[in-house]
Design a protein around this ligand. Sequence first.
Ligand code: KG4
Ligand code: ZN
Length: 385
Amino acid sequence: MRVLAVETSCDETAVAVLESRETDGEASAVALGSALLSQVELHAPFGGVYPNLARREHEKNLVPMLKSALSEAGMLSASPAPRAAAEAAREVLAREKILAAAAVPFLAGTEPPDIDAVAVTNGPGLEPALWVGVNFAKALAAVWGKPLVPVNHMEGHVVSALLDETGGIRKIEFPAVALLISGGHTELALMEGPASWRILGETRDDAVGEAFDKTARMLGLPYPGGPAVSKLAEEARAGNIPSPVSLPRPMLDSGDLDFSFAGLKTAVRYALRDLGEISEDAKKGIAREFEDAVAEVLAEKTKEALSRARARTLLVGGGVSANREIRRVLASLAAPNGVELLLPRPELTTDNAVMIALAAVLKLRAGASLPPPEKIEADGNLRLA
Ligand code: KG4
Ligand code: ZN
C-alpha cells in the first residue's frame, strides 16, 4: 500500500510517500520519498511560531515539497496532454491563492502518482496552518481520484515510535501507554488497541516543549529552546557543574496523572531575577536543574500511568522525545519494570509527514471508515479521544 501524506500543523511543511508491505505476517514501511522544509529560522525572531507567517510559507512551499517527494519516489512524470481534472484544484484552493497558482498548473502537467490514498494532518496545531495542508490534500485527492485519510497529528507522533531502524513496523502488546511530549502537548494516553485512545493525564497549562522554549529565552538561548537548553545541561553534567538554585517538581504528588509546567518556568524567572548577572557556569547549572525537574516529573507520572494501566509497552513521541536525559530516565524506569520502551528514530521525533503516512496506513489496514472529503476540516484543538 502506498500513501502520500501532507503535514502543515506548525512550522514544518512536509510531504512524504510511504510504501508498506506485509510478508509472512511481518509488516514494514519505507519512505519512497520525503521532503521537509522547516520555517524555524523565520519564526526565531518571534520566539515562537507566528501563525499567519506559517500559513503563507506553507502556501509557497507545498508544491515544491510535493514535487521533491514525488521525484525522489520516482513518481514524477509529465502528462502528455494537459489534464483537465486539475481545474478541480482551483475550486478547492479558492482561499489559498498563492498555493492555487502553483498547484493547478503542476497538477495539469503531471500524471497522477501510483498511490492508494492521500493522508493529511487535520489537527491539532495552528488552525490557519492546518487549513492550507487540508485544502491542498483535498485538492490532490479530488484531482487524482484517491481516498483522503484525516490523521491526528498526535497519533502520528505515537506511531512514529513503531518504526524500527530497519523499517519494520513493531508489533506491540495492548494496553500500551503513550507519552506525548511536544511544543504544544504533554499527554499520557492509554492505547487499548491500534486506534483506541483514552487520555489519562495532560498538562493544565504549558506544554513541556513550550517550557523548554521559554526557559531558553530567559537564558538568552535561541529558539527552539529544547536542543539549546539540553546542550547546556549536558555540559553541566559532564563538568559536574552544580545549579545555583533548586527548582520545584510541579504536581509530583498531585495524586493524578496531570502535569503543570507554568510554575516551573516562573520559578526559573524568579531565580534569574534574584541571581542578577550570572556566569556561563551558573546558566549551565540552571539548565541542568530545569531538565532534571522536567525529566523527574515526566518519569514519575509515566511510571504511575504504566502501573495503573498494567501496561507492558511505553511509546514516546513528539519533539521533546529527542531529549537524551528524558530518554535515559524513561529507559531506566522501563527496564526494571519489564516494560518495553519504544522511541522514534531521531529524524522522526520532530514534525514530519512520514509519521502521518504511517498512521494512515495503520488506519486503512485496520479497516477504519473514512469521512467524506467535504466533511474533513482542520481543527486546531483536535483531541485523541
Ligand atoms: O513535535 P514538535 O516538532 O512540534 C510540535 O508538534 O510541537 O516539537 C517541538 C518541540 C519544541 O518545543 C522544541 O524545543 C522541543 O520540541 N525539542 C526538545 C528537544 N528537541 C526539540 N526539547 C527538549 N530537548 C530536545 N532535545
Ligand atoms: Zn508535533
